[in-house]
Design a protein around this ligand. Structure first.
Ligand code: UGA
Length: 434
């Protein structure tokens, strides 16, 4: 199959590289000349484990290319994927669809022969209808079908998630489009991946429902964590105790500082907007958004609490800045709430993150960025684990203790065990465990 991928962000780049690895001929198109230049030099603009090697081998084998002008690729494609950004529109939380519609306009001018136009971007219900209208208005003669094919990959595990998904969802009622989509995903049949064909609007909603449910699940366990602290229970055991029930499932029950990232915050808000506009509010999701926002803001208070309530003149070592490990993505990271609040209360912040510091420096003022975890903890009054990077799981704790002004740790990811930390002489607090 010949595939054109519009947009080389996270989803576009990973999907493009993986489709090429499936054996398809993929051309990735982006409007940003410096990005295309860098990709053509083998430089990957995001940190994603394994992506550089996957891109390099598929470029070498002639199945993957990057271009600024997508005309030829779109004209010859069996399927054109739209994988551009759908950020939150400022002010109202609606998904901003201007990039999606601009892509639809561009595609309309170019398609030749039966072409499947696929939205991989996360788009609200009804966007496929609008894309179809745009293309049809401009090209009443064109033979095409607009299909929804949401992506469920996670940053940091993107290639594995793409190649071994729990399911693929394809929203279309067009038989020819079904055949093309089945062929594109055929290599996954080896792993017996279920491909769920639905109506287009249903598929669009599945994506939001999945993210909202996961956000809700995390928020639920976060509230249980607070309750555990209040009543003297252990949230990890509660999570295990409920997660072993197959109807609940054990994943996404890690309590922490609140979810962040490029998807959950934006998609939950967009779902709330869609539901409100449709006259069918989703109050559980509305509450999830509020509870999570409040949680991220409350974390500075927890850190202050570990220092007796006073942050003025204190030095906080922050280990981890990204919203989760194995990414350099800072979008909606809890760090963006926690660090300014600490600084506003008079603390000095010394931070280290293995991949996120360049981006963090753009978003955070007055933070002292350090070269490693030990440099960050030197002279600190408290060390905070904000992101559970593997290297923070195996710190030389005796060294940390010696370097700090006093051995106080706030572990917001429950990386260490309370009894071990106390035995080592740390004043240790974590989430949902006493
Ligand atoms: C999420 C979904 O997991 C993907 O399925 C989806 O494709 C993606 O959004 C998207 O819509 O593009 P991602 O944002 O990369 O993926 O990251 P997650 O691993 O889901 O983590 C999101 C946030 O939840 C992080 O801040 C993480 O620390 C937090 N989290 C996750 C918890 O606090 N506890 C958990 O148990 C799991």
């Amino acid at each position: 199959m010949r595939v054109a991928m519009i947009g080389t962000g996270y989803v576009g780049l990973v999907s493009g590289a993986c489709f090429a690895d499936f054996g398809h001929v993929v051309c990735c198109v982006d409007k940003d000349p410096s990005k295309i230049d860098r990709l053509n030099q083998g430089q990957i603009p995001i940190f994603e484990p394994g992506l550089d090697a996957l891109v390099a081998s598929n470029v070498r084998d002639g199945r993957l290319s990057f271009v600024l002008d997508g005309a030829e690729a779109i004209r010859t494609a069996d399927a054109v994927f739209i994988a551009v950004g759908t950020p939150s529109r400022r002010g109202d939380g609606h998904a901003d669809l201007s990039y999606v519609y601009a892509a639809a306009e561009e595609i309309a001018g170019l398609i030749d022969g039966f072409t499947v136009v696929v939205t991989k971007s996360t788009v609200p219900v009804g966007t496929g209808d609008e894309i179809e209208r745009i293309i049809r208005a401009r090209r009443p003669d064109a033979e095409f079908a607009v299909v929804s094919n949401p992506e469920f990959l996670r940053e940091g595990a993107a290639i594995e998630d793409f190649k071994r998904p729990d399911r693929v969802v394809v929203g279309t009622e067009d038989d020819r489009a079904r055949v093309v989509m089945a062929e594109i995903y055929r290599p996954l049949s080896l792993n017996e991946t279920p491909i769920l064909f639905t109506a287009r609007r249903t598929s669009e909603l599945i994506k939001y429902a999945a993210n909202a449910f996961l956000a809700l699940k995390i928020t639920f366990i976060n509230e249980m964590a607070d309750l555990c602290e209040a009543v003297g229970a252990d949230v990890q055991q509660v999570a295990r105790g409920i997660g072993l029930d197959k109807r609940i499932g054990s994943k996404f029950l890690n309590a922490g500082p609140g979810y962040g990232g490029s998807c959950f915050p934006k998609d939950t808000l967009a779902l709330v907007r869609t539901a409100t506009d449709a006259g069918s509010p989703v109050r559980l999701v509305e509450t999830t958004v509020q509870v999570n926002d409040a949680r991220k803001k409350a974390m500075a208070g927890r850190i202050a609490g570990a220092l007796g309530g006073e942050l003025k003149g204190r030095t906080v070592a922050m280990l981890g800045l990204t919203f989760k490990p194995n990414t350099d993505d800072m979008r909606d990271s809890p760090a963006l709430d926690v660090i300014p609040a600490l600084i506003a209360r008079g603390a000095t912040v010394q931070a280290f993150d293995p991949e996120g510091m360049e981006e963090a420096a753009r978003l955070l003022d007055d933070v002292q960025f350090k070269d490693g975890p030990y440099e960050a903890v030197a002279g600190a009054d408290v060390v905070v684990i904000l992101t559970e990077w593997n290297q923070f799981r195996a710190l030389d704790l005796d060294r940390v203790k010696l370097l700090m002004r006093q051995p106080v740790m706030v572990d917001l990811r429950n990386v260490y065990r309370p009894e071990d930390m106390r035995a080592r002489g740390f004043a240790y607090t974590s989430v949902g465990r006493t």
